[in-house]
Structure formats: structure tokens, C-alpha cells
Design a protein. Structure first.
Length: 149
């Protein structure tokens, strides 16, 4: 018997734009126009009820394929949230929780770990410095950090 996949409604691009504009172009951020910068990111995380050191923040950056720490471009936002099939904060919060639970799968964890290495280092670096690596490991291995550190 062939199982039918549930048809999900398409992502509402207007809702994505509205969400993005609520956090982008903060005058205190020096990231250029059309980007969510550090201050906008903090407001987003507050609205998602996430601490900046929560592993789900890295998951979000990974799924949006963010190129720069503490920043999202419109393209990253639109493409990433469309791929996740979310167009509201509630849906995003729920999806991030699901993705966090999926990290018990080795392939999912490997994807996040690899992303974090590239995300955390400067483009001129071959490796992460020890202090940065330890900070990211504490986030990545949140459930096992007390055993490792």
C-alpha cells in the first residue's frame, strides 16, 4: 500500500517578510540594510523564548545556512524557513524543538557539528581557537557537557 504524504499548505511569503522586517534593519546594528543583525537577533531569540546559548539557536543558523554569526540575510531567512515549512514564530519554535530532538540521530548531529565548525571560525582560520571550540562544544553537547567539561 502506498502511503500518501500529508499535503502541507505552502509557506506564506508575506508572513515571512513580515517576520523578517520585525527584526531586520535595527539602527543599532552595523550590518547593512536588509539583514537581521545582533540586536534584531536578540529580539528574535527573546520572542522564540530561547537563550542565546541554547543549541536550538545553532540549529536555526544551520537550517538557514547562515554565513555570518549573529546575522541573517533575507535570502537565508526566506529559503531556510521555506525549507522548514514555517511562517510563524510558533511554528518555528515547534520545528526547532523537533530538530533538537532529532540530534540523537548521528547524521543530524554530524550536520550540525560540521556547520558549527565553519560558522564559528573566521574565514582566515583553518581551525577554531580553543576558547571558541570549548564554548561551542558546551552548546552542542548540552546534555553531556557535565561529563565532558
Amino acid at each position: 500500500m502506498v502511503q500518501q504524504q500529508q499535503q502541507q499548505p505552502p509557506v506564506d511569503k508575506y508572513k515571512l517578510e513580515k517576520m523578517f522586517s520585525a527584526y531586520a534593519n535595527d539602527p543599532r546594528d552595523d550590518v547593512g540594510s536588509g539583514r537581521i543583525g545582533p540586536n534584531g537577533m536578540l529580539r528574535l531569540l527573546n520572542d522564540l523564548q530561547l537563550d542565546p546559548t541554547d543549541r536550538r539557536v545553532l540549529i536555526l543558523a544551520c537550517k538557514l545556512k547562515a554565513q555570518t554569526q549573529c546575522e541573517f540575510s533575507w535570502e537565508e531567512w526566506q529559503q531556510g524557513l521555506s525549507a522548514l515549512r514555517v511562517d510563524s514564530l510558533d511554528k518555528l519554535r515547534e520545528r526547532l524543538q523537533e530538530l533538537d530532538a532529532e540530534l540523537s540521530e548521528p547524521a543530524a548531529f554530524r550536520e550540525l557539528y560540521s556547520f558549527t565548525f565553519l560558522y564559528g571560525k573566521l574565514s582566515s582560520q583553518r581551525n577554531l581557537d580553543l576558547e571558541t571550540a570549548l564554548a561551542y562544544w558546551k552548546i552542542l553537547f548540552k546534555d553531556k557537557a557535565s561529563l565532558v567539561f
